[in-house]
Design a protein around this ligand. Structure first.
Ligand code: ATP
Length: 325
């Protein structure tokens, strides 16, 4: 089986995440190390449809391990959802002689990879999303950097909130998942954190938490809201209506998707990229690379997509204690 694989492609798809470049670099260097050619596919599945590709050699991935974003660009491609689009993508693979594809992205990206595999293309997925919502893996590339970006911003807000004795409502990303908000909330010493995985009782989860903080002598409050749990402006308005304090609202938005990747994201991305190439080189397909309790493994892609990721209950219990006393 060794060296049956001659050439592979790598793409980044869906929302970008810091560390994707480190993964592209690792895929490229690991492939070359094993005598396999590597081709970069630009703009995710759109690039595969349009033949928008670039040959990657060891030097073309110089100086990117430290860069946020993705040098391959990313896109959301509607055409790839159609059979016609998928056939075009498969034809590009045939034309270029691609034996396998490494797809870096989220759940949607893996669904796309699975469709590709139905035409005989070998595929491996690497979890790259700041939402950390890929169920099979304890960790997704970009999460740590996004947490640190949000924490840095919230620390700055805290300084001014403390000086003016104000309440701040900060909305962080995460789509339908609260992992980012929970982690950031613990790290920032938030007064309250709202996540979509838990039912929200406004009186209990926001007003009472502010009250506890006030009774403990605090005169500034930090409410962290996951985007999937509600809109920060609406939550701010409700706080004002109920207890007559006027919060300042900040939606952190896309700033959380950028920036220099942290050590954790660089090393995780590099290890995942290396593992992905090994899987393809061994002639295996339809796998998602994951890290569980510090070990890098791969799981079946269909099973990976069926798994559901719940909130880390130990972390949530810690948050409850920190915000409830
Ligand atoms: P993020 O979590 O950061 O948004 P994602 O990979 O889940 O990342 P999506 O926009 O859902 O982002 O998916 C990326 C691309 O994958 C889509 O634009 C589309 O081209 C392809 N894709 C998504 N779902 C499917 C599907 N069911 N079948 C085929 N292709 C899909």
């Amino acid at each position: 089986m060794e060296n049956a694989v001659k050439r592979i492609g790598v793409l980044t798809s869906g929302g970008d995440a810091p560390g994707m470049n480190a993964a592209v670099r690792a895929v490229t260097r690991s492939a070359i190390y094993r005598g396999i050619d590597c081709v970069g596919i630009r703009r995710g599945y759109m690039g595969l449809i349009n033949g928008d590709v670039v040959k990657l050699d060891a030097s073309s991935v110089n100086n990117i391990i430290n860069r946020g974003g993705t040098i391959l660009y990313t896109a959301r491609c509607q055409e790839f959802l159609t059979e016609e689009g998928q056939v075009k993508a498969v034809n590009t693979c045939k034309l270029l002689g691609l034996d396998g594809i490494v797809a870096i992205g989220g759940d949607g990206t893996f669904r796309g990879a699975l469709d590709l595999s139905k035409y005989g293309v070998s595929v491996v997925g690497i979890p790259g999303t700041i939402d950390n919502d890929i169920a099979c893996s304890h960790y997704s590339i970009g999460f740590d950097t996004a947490c640190n970006t949000a924490i840095e911003a919230i620390d700055k807000l805290r300084d001014t909130m403390q000086s003016h004795e104000r309440c701040s409502v900060v909305e962080v990303m995460g789509r339908n998942a609260g992992h980012l908000a929970l982690y950031v909330g613990i790290a920032c010493g938030a007064t309250a954190v709202l996540v979509p995985e838990k039912p929200i009782d406004f009186e209990r989860d926001v007003i009472e938490k502010i009250r506890i903080a006030r009774l403990n002598g605090r005169t500034h409050y930090m409410i962290v809201v996951a985007e999937g749990a509600g809109s920060a402006p609406e939550i701010g308005k409700k706080i004002q209506e109920e207890i007559a304090i006027e919060p300042r609202v900040t939606v952190l938005g896309h700033v959380q998707r950028g920036g220099t990747p942290t050590a954790r994201d660089r090393v995780t991305a590099t290890r995942m990229g290396y593992h992905a190439v090994n899987v393809l080189a061994e002639g295996r397909t339809n796998r998602v690379i994951c890290v569980r309790d510090g070990r890098f493994e791969d799981v079946d892609m269909v099973e990976a997509l069926q798994m559901k990721k719940s909130l880390n209950e130990q972390e949530y219990a810690v948050l409850e204690a920190m915000t409830g006393a």
